[in-house]
Design a protein around this ligand. Structure first.
Ligand code: KIV
Length: 261
């Protein structure tokens, strides 16, 4: 059964939450089959799938397209749709953007930063919201860890509390010191989901391309569970060699002539 905001709240401190991003139908199908309870259609799609240098290039139309694909692959999984850069610039614009993502198949939306008026407006209109603080790529000048000075740590602690108080049901903590994530996790009543924020969050999220080893850059905090880029290279080289040597499709033609097709 598809999980909703209150189910994730109930998991806090009881069962760690495993979240992965997905952008396509077949990947989403695999995540649902594996029992992943929540898929994030993140605006990282712009960087890891579309070749942009920044998530700021992602549009609401891109997100609608990818959320639709993920929903078709994972009809029974909670999907969080990321609000792209500037589509949450004020409460009314954010509500219209969020409704487009929900109509495309999202169950909730995520937005970056302590936009408390936007969050409370969306929640008042029945849209479940996931917050995101620490490193916030839409506005960050670099991908370096944040929250290492006492001033920054204080700001992130305060933002986390404000995001919760505005009504968010979950909070992504990105690339902050482990002790800071631990403190925030222990202080908040909503679950925290870490990415590069250490082991003490209530759950973890990885960008699926990082986990698959599909790409050419992996953040230092991600784990590659497979090496799909390497497999692509090997498949393409083998295919090319077999076409040139006439090995393919001869073996397939022999197989087909046996009456299987
Ligand atoms: O867009 C995204 O995929 C994200 C994750 C890095 C948390 O925000």
């Amino acid at each position: 059964m598809k999980m909703q905001a209150q189910d994730f709240r109930a998991m806090k401190s009881t069962k760690p939450i495993a979240m992965l991003t997905a952008y396509t139908c077949p990947v989403a199908r695999g995540l649902e089959q594996a029992g992943i309870p929540v898929i994030l259609v993140g605006d990282t799609v712009g960087m890891v799938e579309m070749g942009f240098d920044s998530t700021r290039d992602v549009t609401i139309e891109h997100m609608v397209y990818h959320i639709g694909a993920v929903r078709r692959g994972a009809p029974n999984t909670h999907i969080i749709g990321d609000l792209p850069y500037n589509t949450d610039c004020n409460p009314e614009v954010a509500l219209e953007s969020a409704r487009r993502l929900m109509a495309a198949g999202a169950d909730s939306v995520k937005l970056e930063g302590p936009k408390v008026e936007v969050i409370s407006h969306l929640v008042r209109h029945g849209i479940p919201v996931v917050g995101h603080t620490g490193l916030t790529p839409q506005t960050a000048k670099s991908f370096a860890k944040v929250g290492r000075t006492e001033g920054e740590a204080k700001r992130i602690r305060e933002e986390s509390a404000a995001i919760q108080n505005a009504g968010a049901f979950m909070l992504v903590l990105e690339h902050i010191p482990y002790e800071l994530a631990n403190h925030i996790t222990n202080t908040l009543s909503i679950p925290t989901i870490g990415i590069g924020a250490g082991p003490n969050c209530d759950g973890q999220v990885l960008v699926i391309n990082d986990a698959l080893g599909l790409g050419d850059y992996w953040p230092p905090f991600s784990k590659q569970y497979a090496h799909v880029s390497q497999s692509i290279l090997e498949v393409a080289k083998t295919f090319s060699r077999e076409v040139e040597s006439l090995e393919f499709p001869n073996n397939i033609i022999q197989f087909s002539s046996s009456g299987r097709r």
